[in-house]
Design a binder for this molecule. Structure first.
Ligand SMILES: Cc1cc2nc3c(=O)[nH]c(=O)nc-3n(C[C@H](O)[C@H](O)[C@H](O)COP(=O)(O)OP(=O)(O)OC[C@H]3O[C@@H](n4cnc5c(N)ncnc54)[C@H](O)[C@@H]3O)c2cc1C
Length: 485
């Protein structure tokens, strides 16, 4: 299969270079002298799905749903199968994916590699909790069957292993029995962060009425007594006689505006309108799964609204005992930096343990903030958010990230070296190179390496070529790079 140069972006659109890619084929994946990395639908926000030294192995030609047992709810599919297609194919069978993210356009392989979570972590855990087994292709061993019983260490490390242990070729997952894909949802406004936590405690106090799904939208711009106000959305599957269509978006953002349209006045208006509109009607409503689970999929390319420099997402998980104080501080820090988040989501993670060694979720509360990229200002804010998160005993989500320092990552994920030990020797990513192969120290801002350094200037200053590569990767992060001791 030939290697081509393609546009293979990640969702943050921070870097729109074309990349070398080929369709994944077992046994024939890595041209000599290059590394590799599987690429699904590029719905990760940053650089976990990119590798500038590699050939990306695309899985778009491996989308087949191999089998589906309607008695047991076990589905087998190739790793490039997109969740939208899986949902369409199981239609009205009485089964549903036990965990879905906020977009249906992710692959089965990507869902396992990032061990994704949904609006029901407190009831079902992560995607990886429902994986029965998969086949993994590695450049050093060939294909291996992995499950809790067979090659168990590799199974656990691949779930949430950021695509680094090999290429998943196909997987078996256990679906969840439901009356239909439709849900009945209830939207309840809360006037402050205090009220959110009170409501959330009531919802999850262990009674039979605990909803399958719960998530809160937060007005990131509300200040004072109303800081952290928002709308709690809870839902359960209900019986319904129509079959939803998991189609492509009907609307599209046709071009990238020259400036972000999700800041300033539009951002303020959006937050106020959303809050007031959802404050009026708390009656339960029937919702199509597309509107409840994947509202953002209604408009193709909505990420373009963040403007030509793209967007950063910051997702943190904070242990419950520190959550109120810390989430308040995270929101306030973004406000004080003059960078309100467009879409702010707060949800609880429950006690279910994923088999995934490196999975992001831990018990507590997760806050997701989106920011238009405004260069150093935004990077400095994101560093502050990381620091607040770590101080509270939490950590930042790698697959939403494009800039966290090696220290932040390594402090949040002390098991990273186990993943490094089981990494396929020919597979790596920009994220992994940035956060593990060199030790980063955070110097004062003036020591920032310039990304504009030309190759000649580099030669004159005696900067090594591999450092230049690293600077290209991290140049914006106000970090110095030093070799490991
Ligand atoms: C609008 C939106 C909402 C989202 N909501 C959520 C959410 O609620 N919860 C959540 O957890 N995430 C969420 N995400 C993130 C998204 O679910 C994950 O990043 C997902 O893993 C992306 O899958 P992908 O197929 O696009 O994979 P890519 O982004 O292309 O790749 C992701 C990782 O998987 C690896 N990979 C891909 N295929 C394979 C394979 N076959 N074998 C081995 N490794 C592989 C890649 O190397 C990479 O490391 C959201 C993203 C968007 C854009």
């Amino acid at each position: 299969m030939s290697i081509v140069r393609i546009y293979a972006p990640s969702w943050g659109r921070l870097d729109d270079r074309k990349r070398l890619a080929r369709s994944f084929a077992e046994g024939d994946i890595v041209p000599p002298g290059r590394t590799a990395l599987a690429y699904g639908q590029g719905r990760s926000y940053g650089d976990t799905c990119h590798n500038d030294d590699a050939v990306l192995l695309t899985t778009g030609q491996h989308q087949k749903i191999i089998s589906f047992d309607t008695q047991t709810g076990i589905l087998q599919a190739q790793a490039g199968a997109v969740l939208a297609d899986i949902l369409s194919s199981i239609g009205d069978s009485g089964w549903f994916l036990p965990v879905v993210p906020g977009t249906k356009f992710v692959t089965l392989g990507g869902a396992i590699a990032n061990d994704i979570h949904g609006k029901n972590h407190q009831t079902r855990g992560t995607f990886g909790c429902h994986v029965k087994g998969f086949q993994l292709w590695r450049s050093d061993t060939g294909s291996l069957n992995c499950s809790r019983q067979e090659n168990a260490e590799l199974f656990n490390t691949t779930i949430g292993g950021l695509g680094l242990t090999g290429v998943i070729t196909h997987a078996n997952i256990q679906l969840m029995k439901v009356p239909s894909h439709f849900v009945q949802e209830t939207r309840t406004p809360f006037a402050s962060l205090e009220q959110f936590f009170e409501r959330d405690d009531q919802l999850h106090s262990g009674g039979a009425a605990e909803p399958e799904y719960s998530v809160a939208w937060v007005d990131s711009l509300a200040k004072g007594a109303g800081l952290g106000r928002g709308v709690m959305i809870t839902a359960n599957h209900i019986a319904h006689d129509s079959n939803p269509v998991y189609g492509q978006p009907r609307l599209k953002v046709p071009f990238t505006p020259p400036i972000p349209l999700v800041s300033g006045l539009p951002l303020r208006l959006f937050n106020q309108l959303y809050f007031h509109r959802n404050s009026r009607n708390s009656n339960p409503q029937t919702a199509d799964p597309n509107t409840f689970f994947f509202p953002l999929d209604a408009i193709a390319g909505w990420n373009r609204l963040y403007g030509p420099l793209g967007l950063f997402q910051h997702q943190s998980i904070i242990p419950a005992q520190a959550a109120f104080k810390t989430i308040r501080l995270l929101i306030k820090t973004a406000q004080d930096a003059g960078q309100g988040s467009f879409l702010t989501v707060l949800k609880r993670f429950g006690q279910h343990r994923s088999p995934g060694l490196m999975s992001f979720p831990q018990p507590g509360y997760t806050l997701t903030l989106d920011f238009a990229n405004r260069g150093q200002r935004t990077l400095a804010l994101l560093d502050d958010l990381d620091r607040i998160t770590l101080d509270a005993g939490g950590r930042t989500n790698p697959y939403k990230d494009a800039r966290m320092s090696a220290e932040t990552f390594q402090a949040g994920y002390p098991s990273w070296q186990k993943l490094e030990n089981l990494r396929d020797p020919l597979i790596t990513s920009n994220f992994w190179k940035r956060t593990t192969t060199r030790r980063h120290v955070a110097p004062p801002p003036l020591q920032t390496p310039s990304v504009e350094v030309s190759v000649n200037q580099v030669a004159k200053r005696g900067i090594q070529k591999d450092q230049l590569q690293a600077m290209e990767n991290v140049g914006k992060y106000r970090s110095d790079i030093v070799e490991p001791q």
